[in-house]
Design a protein around this ligand. Structure first.
Ligand code: GLV
Ligand code: MN
Ligand code: MN
Length: 432
């Protein structure tokens, strides 16, 4: 086999046709998914938050599975779990596989976890066949993708991509603990986060398998698909300040109701985002103060999440909404403060990786379906350090971020087979 030395400078590895036994891989993946789903702060629901005791348990469980699959395993400087399966020569560059181990609140079992356990299952199959490739494989279970705890996403992959900035250490969770406090309580040193960063020279590509979280594959009757790009996203926190008053005595014409103003903003967001295909907007959190049945709301805080496959489209919608919200501020005579809390550009998958994923799908006798991702993924951060590719696996009804999230064992097996095929026939390339 040809030795691989650095991305972009390579001759393709010879294709190896020796059988790798994948029998039962879907069952193996499902057993691990169930075991992970039990690691929750509020079982039988699934909620596993960054740097929590359940995160530690998940990392420990992962390291056990990684070692059993022939990998070395460690926790990196931000709490990601990383397993390494050596190549056929020391110091070989790395094909990085991964996804995230954190969840939203009352989550599904597959979002994130499927990609990590499928990658481990593929390495375990290679290890059983005593097969080494001309590159090393590393599997990463990112500690934070969802951003539930500190309100900003992809802390795990941003640290690996080298785009983590120290100001993030001061972000607080709902109890007032900072990210720095959380890292220390987890046994990590906030000053060493830079050690988690990887170099582009060392990584051949980042490849992630994930459930689709949408309905396209199911509609097309396809178990897997090849992702073309990941939609860009902007998130805002909005504070509206009105005037509290007695619900029975203040005439309607004399009110500055913060909640009524928020309601107008929310409808404006829905209307604007429904006006163009691809654009989506969501208000997912809202708090009202003082929150009494007989008091006119004085203050409302809500969040806005706006996404689009095209960055210009997203930015146009944001500009329009800012001016609509200014109009609402003036007409309702309330204070409105809007803060951008998160922004990630739309992220393209590398055509050379899409080709290899497409070939792996057709090698399974399946049609190649290309589709964009509306959901965010760690690849949005990893693009800073590697070309990215994604395999989507069909999920029932397109439902995700819900305990109703589900996939079949057969589809998990097809996803892992495609991933295995990409790994075995992986030919490093680069985006010109
Ligand atoms: C993460 O799952 C997101 O897209 O919000
Ligand atoms: Mn998610
Ligand atoms: Mn996810």
């Amino acid at each position: 086999m040809n030795a691989i030395t650095a991305p972009g400078t390579l001759t393709p590895p010879s294709h190896d046709s020796a059988a790798i036994d994948l029998a039962g891989i879907g069952i193996e993946i499902f057993a691990q998914i169930e075991a992970l789903a039990a690691l929750s702060e509020d079982g039988p629901k699934l909620t596993r938050i960054f740097l929590s005791p359940e995160h530690r348990q998940a990392n420990d469980r992962m390291m056990g599975w990684m070692r059993a699959a022939g990998m070395t395993a460690r926790v990196d400087a931000i709490g990601n779990v990383v397993g390494r399966y050596e190549g056929d020569h020391p110091g070989a560059p790395v094909l990085l596989l991964g996804s995230h181990l954190d969840t939203v609140r009352d989550a599904g079992k597959y979002d994130g976890m499927l990609g990590v356990v499928s990658a481990i299952a593929c390495v375990a199959a290679l290890n059983r066949a005593r097969k080494r490739l001309s590159f090393a494989i590393e599997v990463i279970g990112f500690g934070d993708e969802e951003g539930v705890r500190f309100g900003t996403t992809m802390l795990g992959s941003r640290a690996v991509a080298g785009s983590f900035t120290d100001d993030l250490l001061e972000r607080t969770d709902h109890t007032g603990k900072t990210l720095a406090d959380g890292l220390i309580a987890f046994g990590l040193d906030p000053q060493t986060i830079g050690d988690a960063a990887r170099s582009r020279n060392d990584i051949l590509a980042y490849l992630e398998l994930h459930i689709e979280q949408g309905p396209v594959l199911e509609t097309k009757g396809a178990p897997v698909g090849c992702v073309t790009s990941i939609a860009g996203a902007s998130r805002f926190e909005v504070d509206i300040s009105g005037r509290a008053g007695h619900a029975g005595t203040v005439p309607m014409s004399a009110r500055n109701d913060a909640l009524a103003a928020a309601a107008e903003c929310i409808i404006a967001i829905e209307r604007r985002c429904a006006s163009e295909p691809g654009l989506v907007g969501t208000v997912g959190q809202l708090t009202v103060a003082p929150g009494a049945i007989n008091v006119i709301p004085r203050h409302v805080r809500f969040t806005i999440d706006i996404r689009a496959p095209d960055d210009a489209q997203r930015l146009r919608a944001i500009r329009d909404l800012e001016s609509e919200i200014s109009f609402i501020r003036a007409t309702r005579k309330v204070g409105i403060d809007i803060r951008l809390i998160h922004e990630l550009k739309a992220t393209p998958c590398a055509p050379w990786l899409m080709k290899q994923i497409g070939d792996a799908i057709t090698a399974e006798g399946l049609p190649r379906i290309d589709l964009p991702s509306g959901a965010g993924h760690d690849g949005m951060a990893m693009i800073d350090v590697a070309d990215i590719g994604m395999i989507f696996v069909r999920c029932a009804g397109g439902v995700s971020h819900s305990p109703a999230e589900s996939i079949t064992i057969d589809d998990a097996e097809v996803g892992a087979r495609v991933l295995m095929n990409v790994i075995r026939n992986f030919t490093p390339g680069k985006t010109p």
